[in-house]
Design a protein around this ligand. Structure first.
Ligand code: G6P
Length: 608
């Protein structure tokens, strides 16, 4: 949802800003722009299209400023166009602003400013911001920082803002509220970005701002202020990711790289939580009085929610606690019945998804104990929650999530085991068995990838010509079907649906006709016969069938069979999802699409 980047130092700002934008393009890519402070004031170059289009504008090579801000946009208010692109300037062209988020009361502010003779060039919500800053600066004799603070006090909604001014050519001010922004500490220089990976080639040391904290940046000097403009101190956080983890490393696309990184992501997520014949360790989740909780909620969006669906089975089977999984945007508006007896787990790769953060705040306000699971150290969700723990998947850049999903399932499974050990709800033999299975997953993930890739590429050629694909399964296999279907539709634009195999005959089977592909996932011996009957029902109606399984099938009358190693059916999604990720990837490639940046989507949805 828009990427913002900034630089203040001794070097030329332009190449650093463009490099940052290219890394943030996964957040939005319908227009891009850059502003630097030049000797004659603020230069502002912007264009509809990708960062490449911005780089192709000859004027950009004339920029010689050493302080600047830049933006790659995912349109909310105002269609993608050059005039709607950021940075936006105030009427006097003294203040330039880039913004990620949504100003909900922009119409009201625009009216106020129009009444005060300001004029607007764009249809965006953002353009009110530089004008409001100018208004406070001009009419009240405020300092740069005071003018920014007064303007921010008027804003409703979410914002990460970078502001530069021709009146204060050596100063940049940044502030955030409910939108992500990190400050990278350099040597006599400072970098700003919407996320950490975009800056890893420059620094591993970061400052993280809380809501409505301000940073006033002059090259390497940074002063921090709270919302009342009282000076505050901030500690530097050093990130463990290295720069190469945010590069493609010879792979054609980030998604393919991230699929192949899953063995490592899973291994690092298991980390020191599990050791042979030892209780599971989670020092960070030592929640007192665990027995007092009567229900668990898992709340998330998109793929993270799908990981939650898999985890529901684990919490119910191992902890004997009713577990509900909810979509964050639904949860937050339906007055859920939760209270102090509820353990609410919020899962978010980025830790910045607006709906998930809002859902967490709501759960907290209702008295629930909240746990955040994120892949990004210090992300907003971890700062809001009572407890937090991390997946260690490394930076995930492709819009379609892969390694974060499998790492989330592994982490949630270990939390379920950890709680079950404390609650003594199931025998140690059951838990030891699952622990052993989890520890073997990295190797098995490698096997799935190596064994199935060539056949999947072949199948992708056929599927790429199709209009509809159906995914079916039962239990955790149904949850994988949901994730497989989402992967396919988001990057190949082929319509697909996931159905609980037994539910197919209650409607969807009407859509099955000659030549349609149905992908069935089957990893639970106890349910095998039932699912086989459902597959037979679609074969009878002319469907082509693809089966992902680790079972001994009584016969092999299916068009494609992808075999995966055996494991506990509770965690089998970590393996069975991989052929589906690869299938979506190769179908998208076959169609010549941009796998990493599918149309209309963004990696991190920081607006509701
Ligand atoms: C977007 C992304 C998905 C992701 C979802 C939730 O829709 O495209 O890949 O699963 O947001 O993101 P989060 O960062 O909260 O896991």
């Amino acid at each position: 949802m828009c990427g913002i980047v900034g630089y203040s130092g001794e070097k030329l700002a332009k190449p650093i800003l463009v490099n940052g934008l290219l890394k943030l393009e996964y957040r939005g890519y319908d227009s891009a722009g850059i502003s630097t402070i030049e000797s004659n004031g603020i230069s502002n170059i912007k264009v509809k299209g990708r960062v490449k289009a911005l780089e192709d504008i000859p004027e950009i090579n004339t920029l010689s400023g050493t302080i600047g801000i830049a933006h790659t946009r995912w349109a909310t208010h105002g269609k993608p166009s050059t005039v709607n692109s950021h940075p936006h300037l105030d009427n006097s062209k003294s203040f330039a602003v880039v913004h990620n988020g949504i100003i909900e009361n922009y119409a009201e502010l625009r009216k106020f400013l129009t009444d005060n003779e300001y004029v607007f060039a764009s249809q965006t919500d953002t353009e009110v911001v530089p004008n409001l800053i100018h208004y406070y600066y001009d009419t009240n004799n405020y300092s740069f920082l005071e003018a920014v603070q007064k303007a921010c006090n008027d804003l409703k909604g979410s914002f990460a803002l970078e502001i530069i001014s021709s009146l204060f050519p050596d100063t940049m001010i940044v502030v955030r509220k409910d939108s992500p922004l990190v400050i990278g500490k350099g040597n006599g220089e400072t970098y700003i970005s919407s996320d950490i990976p975009a800056l890893l080639s420059f620094t591993k040391d970061f400052y993280l701002l809380n809501d409505l904290e301000y940073a006033v940046i002059k090259k390497g000097e940074i002063e921090f202020y709270n919302k009342d403009l009282e000076p505050i101190k901030k500690d530097v956080k050093t990130m463990e990711w290295d720069a190469s983890s945010a590069e493609k490393d010879g792979y054609e696309d980030y998604m393919l790289k991230e699929i192949h990184e899953q063995p490592r992501a899973v291994r690092e997520t298991v980390g020191s939580h599990l050791r042979k014949n030892m209780p599971c360790e989670f020092d960070e989740l030592n929640i007192p009085h665990l027995r007092d909780y009567s229900q668990i909620y898992i709340v998330a969006c998109g793929t993270a929610m799908h990981a939650g669906l898999v985890a529901k089975n684990l919490f119910e089977k191992l902890c004997h606690l009713p577990t509900f999984v909810d979509i964050a945007s639904e949860f937050r508006y339906r007055d859920p019945i939760i209270g102090k007896e509820t353990l609410a787990i919020f899962v978010s790769q980025s830790g910045e998804t607006a709906d998930t953060i809002a859902a967490l705040k709501l759960a907290k306000a209702k008295g629930a104990t909240t746990i955040a699971i994120s892949n990004v150290i210090g992300s907003s969700i971890t700062r809001e929650a009572d407890y937090y723990t991390y997946t260690h998947a490394g930076p995930e850049i492709a819009v379609a999530s892969t390694k974060a999903y499998t790492s989330q399932i592994v982490l949630l499974s270990m939390i379920a085991i950890f709680f079950a050990e404390r609650l003594r709800t199931v025998g140690n033999d059951v838990l030891d068995n699952i622990k052993n299975e989890i520890m073997q997953l990295p190797e098995k993930v490698t096997t799935v990838i190596e064994k199935n890739k060539p056949q999947i590429e072949k199948l992708a050629k056929t599927i790429s010509k199709e209009k509809d694909v159906f995914f079916i399964g039962r239990g955790p296999d149904y949850n994988v079907a949901q994730e497989g279907s989402l992967k396919l539709k988001e990057i190949s634009y082929i319509h697909s649906e996931a159905y609980a195999a037994g539910e197919l005959k209650h409607g969807t089977i009407a859509l099955i006709e000659n030549g349609i592909t149905v992908v069935a996932i089957m990893t639970d011996e106890a349910l095998m016969e039932k699912t086989i009957s459902n597959i037979q029902e679609v074969i009878t109606r002319g469907a082509k069938t693809v089966v992902v399984t680790n079972l001994e099938l009584p016969n092999k009358k299916y068009d494609y069979i992808f075999e995966i190693p055996k494991t506990s059916s509770l965690i089998s999604p970590v393996l069975s999802v991989i052929p589906l990720q690869l299938l979506a990837y190769y179908v998208s490639k076959e169609k010549g699409l941009d796998v990493d940046k599918p149309r209309n989507l963004a990696k991190s949805v920081t607006v509701e």
